[in-house]
Design a protein around this ligand. Structure first.
Ligand code: FAD
Length: 485
């Protein structure tokens, strides 16, 4: 193990600084400072990794859907054995450069050291190992022989990419179909550059292409190629199409000009930030009073984007209660919000209103939105919530972004063309082996799980690859870190 007394010698977390707000608001680059190749690390990683206690029962493993071997690579970093650390990290995680940047790090919430001290900076050690791997140059893992079987992966988000990489390395011929102009799913067009710069995705795609994965972008399955034709063409199909149907807020005035789903704002903003063309008239926050409805990841990405576009004001309305800002005295265990209660976007500006219920969108008499009528949220004894009488007030807004999550995948074409079974929630129904009701068709990621996290998508991508490999070859040696539920 790493230094057995490390956590006694170094009691504090040390993390690289975020770039100053006034600097980072002027560009789209990563909020966090990252060391440049060849330069010294921004924190003492040896000491930080050395705080890991190598617990007999490492709860960080259980906290991580991928089962990352965290104490092992902490130990290797402490020993300065970076090449081995890269191997141990990649043993369970195809894309640590992603999770090391944008995962809410349930591993850190599960860190046993957190009982008495701040948890180990697992995520920062992870991203440092991942970046070191790319700096050294990743060797493509080309399969020794091909199986002669073919797999179509539909959707190029983290679930589809993880499945494709595992199956390609297992020797199957894999084609990834993506309807968007570029590969990456929400990593590319949902999550802004200030959380994940896109060259991070591109460097991994280069490795995947060198390994033999084929990418077909700009192809929508169900429209450009029917689902049935795809099934005839391939020995197996993995549906990794995400949960892209936004949850709406059906209130008076919802149809007004200036009220948009969050993704109608974030996608073109990401495209512009990366030099892609967007149609005229896409929503922009420049000079506007912006209200974001929803306090999750999507909402906070809208805040950071609106601030960078030069919004006059940004207000987030969240229906939830204000999270505790400090760990309660009677609560020794760190809870999730301790690390993520305030996102970097919230540090940058804007107001947040908790327990806020929107009552209606207000019209400027020309069909445009001019504000929202909002009330405090009251929790009823049966747990339901409703606007509290007598608390209504008006908030000014000329751009409203509805960021209330996603209800599930788009399934119209798939069900019409194949009759695949759905769950009551509208997700693709799947058995214990990730198989849908259609022979040879599997599902992974948000399309099967519902809206979730990148780390779950990668874990499901690995697990579905094991299921597909077993289906095609009768046996598999691929790991399956998670089940379908
Ligand atoms: P997706 O990433 O949604 O990819 C699905 C892909 O399938 C899309 O590219 C879509 O175009 C394609 N597709 C759909 N239908 C078809 C078709 N018929 N033919 C061809 N292609 C098709 N998670 C985190 O862990 N940390 C974060 O910080 C975070 N921030 C987020 C911010 C935003 C704004 C959003 C919306 C989500 C965020 N998430 C975050 C959640 C995370 O991005 C998702 O859980 C994850 O991307 C799901 O991966 P996936 O592969 O299942 O689907």
């Amino acid at each position: 193990m790493a230094d057995p007394r490390g956590f006694l010698k170094v009691r504090d977390r040390e993390l690289p600084p975020n770039r100053p707000v006034e600097v980072r608001l002027r560009d789209w680059k990563d909020t966090h400072a990252h060391r440049k190749a060849g330069e010294p690390y921004l924190v003492n990683l040896h000491d930080q990794a050395g705080r890991c206690m190598d617990c007999g029962v490492p709860f960080c493993h259980q906290g991580c859907p991928l089962g990352n071997l965290i104490p092992e690579w902490n130990d290797l970093v402490w020993r300065d054995q970076w090449a081995d650390a890269v191997d141990r990290l990649h043993a369970t995680n195809n894309f640590p450069e992603l999770t090391g940047r944008i995962c809410p790090a349930p591993c850190e919430s599960s860190c046993v050291l957190g009982i008495s001290q701040p948890p180990v900076t697992i995520k920062n050690v992870e991203v440092s190992i991942a970046d070191a791997a790319f700096e050294r140059g990743l060797t493509p893992q080309v399969p020794a022989r091909l199986t002669g079987t073919t797999v179509a992966v539909v959707g190029s988000g983290p679930a589809g990419l993880a499945a494709a990489q595992q199956l390609t390395r297992a020797g199957h011929t894999v084609v990834v179909y993506e309807r968007d102009a570029r590969i990456g799913g929400l990593l590319r067009y949902g999550i802004p550059d200030f959380k994940l710069e896109k060259h991070i995705i591109d460097q991994r795609l280069a490795q995947m292409e060198a390994e033999g994965t084929r990418f077909r972008h700009g192809v929508e399955i169900g429209k450009d190629i029917t689902w049935d034709a795809l099934r005839r063409r391939f020995d197996a199909v993995v549906v990794a199409t995400g949960a892209t149907v936004p949850r709406d807020l059906r209130l008076p005035g919802r149809e007004l000009r200036g009220v948009h789903y969050a993704m109608d704002f974030l996608v073109p903003a990401n495209q512009v930030a990366n030099g892609e063309d967007v149609p005229a008239g896409v929503p922009s926050a420049e000079g506007k009073h912006v209200v974001v409805i929803g306090g999750g990841d999507t909402g906070s990405d809208c805040v950071g984007t609106a601030l960078r576009q030069g919004a006059a004001s940004v207000t987030t309305l969240a229906i939830g209660k204000k999270p505790p800002l400090t760990r309660p005295a009677n609560q020794p265990w760190p809870t999730d919000p301790i690390l993520f209660e305030v996102s970097t976007s919230h540090e940058e500006g804007g107001e947040r209103t908790y327990l806020a219920s929107t009552v209606e969108f207000l019209d400027d008499t020309t069909g445009g939105v001019v504000g929202l009528r909002v009330a405090e949220t009251e929790y009823l004894p049966d747990g339901r919530r409703e606007p509290k009488a007598g608390t209504e007030h008006v908030i000014r807004a000329d751009l409203v972004l509805v960021a209330m999550g996603f209800t599930g995948p788009e399934t119209a074409a798939l069900t019409a063309q194949t009759g695949v079974e759905l769950t009551e929630r509208g997700l693709l129904r799947r058995g214990d082996d990730f198989a849908t009701s259609l022979p040879g068709v599997f599902v992974a990621g948000d399309a099967g799980r519902g809206q979730s996290l990148v780390v779950w998508a990668i874990a499901e991508g690995r697990a579905v690859a094991a299921a597909v490999d077993a289906h095609l070859r009768g046996t598999t040696e691929l790991p399956a870190p998670v089940g379908p539920r």
